[in-house]
Every structure is written in C-alpha cells, then in structure tokens.
Design a protein around this ligand. Sequence first.
Ligand code: URA
Length: 233
Amino acid sequence: MERLDKRLAATGRWSRKEARELIRAGRVMVDGAPCRASEAKVDECSPVLVDGEAIPDHAPVYLMLHKPAGVVSSTEEPGERTVLDLLGEEYRNIGLFPAGRLDKDTEGLLLLTNDGPLAHRLLAPKSHVDKVYYVEVDGALDQDDVLAAREGMTLGDGTVCLPAELELLSSNSAHITLREGKYHQVKRMMASRGKPVAYLKRVRFGPLRLDEGLAKGEWRPLTREERESVFRA
Ligand code: URA
C-alpha cells in the first residue's frame, strides 16, 4: 500500500505538490471512485486514473537519443538494427518506443518513451509540435525555396503541406521547421524543388533540442525541466 500522492509523483509526471492539487480538485479516481485524500493508501493493483486516463504501471521513462544513420526507428524489425538495440539491457523490456519516426538514413533527436498517452498527444496532428531539421541538399537553395516553403508546398503526388519555415544557412544547407510529420516529408519537399536531400538531421522536437554533448548513438534521460516542457507542449 502506498499514499496516493506518492503513487502519482512516482510516475515522474507530477511533483508531490502538483499531485496533491490534482487530488484535491477531484481529478483522481481510485478503484472507480473519485478520491480527494492525498494520504489515502492505495493498493499497488488498484487502477488510478487522472482526468479519466490510467497512469502507467511502471514509472515512465523518457530518453533523448541521438539517432545515428543505419538504424531503424522501430522496436523490432527482422534483419535491421533498431533504436532499442542502442540502449542498455535495463531499458530493453520496459515498453519503450520512439515518439515519431526518422528514416533509416536520418540522424538526430528521437524521444524514446513508454508513456503512450504523452507520445500520442505529441504526435497528434492538432498538437502542431514543431520539428526542426538541419538539411543539406544536392543543388543550391535560394529565396524561391524559402517562399515556396512558407506558402505550403505541393508534393509530387499532389499532397499539400502546411507552411514551413526554411532558414538558409549556406548555398546548400538550411534549417527547416515543420509543424506536421508526413512520410519522408523533408525529402519529398526538397525533391519537389529539384534539390534532393543529401543529409538530414533532426535538431529539435517540440521544446526538446538535441543535446550536442550526445555523440551519435548515445542517449540520456530527459532532465526534469525537459520532461516538464514536453508535458506542457
Ligand atoms: N523528413 C524526412 O524526409 N525524413 C525524416 O526522417 C524526417 C523528416
């Protein structure tokens, strides 16, 4: 048996104080009934819901990975090295999965978590979580590309993209900010401009910035500030 506020705080999602406020506000249900007592003792097996959503069974984990090229963004794929293969043994069987995908040859920031509801919220189209990529192309980028991105590009198959921000860094490199995540989006956008992608790296995902201290293939848990910023996103 464990105090209700402690059980909520153990998820890493709320501080003890925030947990008490949620409980006092009647937003927490235990065994199907609202519970307004922070000190209530809760059985380990009792389902606890916050705003109608079950809190996870195991403490959620949030990792920032610097994905290298050559690994796939799935949890299992025969014949391929997956992002989970890069993690330590203790992280292999706790239900981690990547929140969103990067192509096999794309590098950069990937959030790995076992917090399904959070990943779902971050990836929902209406969340409009910004993703920023560093891109190098074969060819020369110019102001026409910037304007085309800003207007919302139409891809080869007629798909219309939301407006995106292209910030030129050199004649063949840029930062591109997307507010959506269509399949192979950056590559298809650049292809539609006749400037195929030569190199692609995600440097930002919502409020998270790729930690430049992480070498390719390295990962670390999100800091408390990063976790909180992701929950707010
Ligand atoms: N756009 C792409 O084309 N590939 C990625 O991996 C991510 C965004």
